[in-house]
Design a protein around this ligand. Structure first.
Ligand code: S3P
Length: 174
């Protein structure tokens, strides 16, 4: 049976952590972040994992995190921006519950990502390379159950939109 978690996906800077935390509070649910699960398990910060072991090693840790998520019920889960972007990953996430894509405009996403902590995937990449990375990832995010546009919106407005989208989906199911 399909799980009853709410899973947030989207590019770096989409606001998955902030929105997820508020959303969990509004829904009275627990909040989980795959990046935190990885750091807790590995013991190193993410930039250090990338620096010492490389991206592929980090992606393997993400695969383990997805496995571990199978024990979750009723949680709000924020995923790392690259986690859904592998073959079969969106299916695995959708098996856990309702997947919500926080969709934004690339310049706004990048501005936010650069304000909020280290992002190894944005280092040493040209603007063209970052745009290509974003384009390639959109094909995965677009497989979400729900798409919420965040462009130009504040955190509270985005949370309200996600809640409305979840309610609409629940109503359509009955
Ligand atoms: C990554 C996004 C990061 C983190 C890691 C890799 C990516 O999470 O998982 O730096 O590949 O897009 P956020 O999406 O929370 O920035």
């Amino acid at each position: 049976m399909r799980g009853d978690n709410v899973i947030l996906v989207g590019f770096m800077g989409a606001g998955k952590s902030v929105i997820g935390r508020l959303l969990a509070r509004r829904l009275g649910r627990c909040f989980v972040e795959t990046d935190d699960m990885i750091v807790a398990r590995d013991g190193r910060p993410i930039p250090e994992i990338f620096r010492q072991d490389g991206e592929e090693a980090f992606r393997r840790l993400e695969a383990e995190a997805v496995e571990a998520l199978r024990s979750k019920t009723g949680d709000v889960i924020a995923t790392g921006g690259g986690l859904p972007c592998r073959e079969g990953r969106m299916d695995a996430l959708r098996a856990l519950g309702t997947v919500v894509w926080l969709r934004g405009e690339l310049p706004e996403l990048l501005a936010r990502a650069r304000r909020t902590g280290a992002r190894p995937m944005l280092e040493r990449r040209s603007p063209e390379e970052i745009a290509a990375l974003h384009r390639a990832r959109v094909a995965y995010y677009a497989q979400a159950d729900l798409v919420v546009d965040t462009a130009g919106l504040g955190v509270d407005q985005v949370v309200a939109r996600v809640l409305a989208a979840l309610r609409e989906r629940d109503a359509a199911r009955v």
